[in-house]
Design a protein. Sequence first.
Length: 236
Amino acid sequence: MARPVFPEYIGYDRTIAVFSPDGRLFQVEYAKEAVKKGTTSLGITFKDGVVLATVKQLSDLMVPTSMEKIFQIDDHIGSVAAGYLADARMLVNQARIRAQVHRITYEEPIDVWGIAKVIGDRMQLSTLYAGLRPFGVSLLIGGVDTTGSHLIESDPSGMLFEWSAWSIGRGANLANKILREKWKKDMEEENAIRLAIDVLRKSEKNVSGNNIEVVTIKKEEKFKYLKKEEIKKFFK
């Protein structure tokens, strides 16, 4: 929960470019609160790759594919978001361009940390200038490169953290507690998918095979969406 803003802090609350006397940037803190209102998203590394999974908050008459929470950045890299999805889309579009420029320039795919730094740098830039606001979204960037499988979080401050398994969004506290207990090094792909779905079912309400989305990224198969039929078998 965000800390209350007392009258002496109001001047610091209105701009991103000024620190409060105790070293806080209020607008960044508010952006982090926006992330906590998004539906739960998570990533899990396994023996040969990464699983990204999320729950979509769908409404009657909405076309499910119109709400994009998992994004493909390149053949070997994807991301999942929590928070303002319009902000996520803008960041992902920039990352996609950088990935393709790198591929054309160097004739090789960009590494996962390279893409994470592109996203983190753009998010951090929005904490420096008056008239801008921080991005109200966090991204988990997952992928496989020559150094192995990676899962990297970029938060509204632009800070980057690498995790073996991690969750963001409103159910993150419970989800991360379960991940700490059940994640194991060199998990098999099926076990990682099963864990991802189990965590989402326990940290969100009304989770079904219709509103859950799962992607696997492996060195051989690259970025791959699981079909609804494949997801539903884990609910049995």
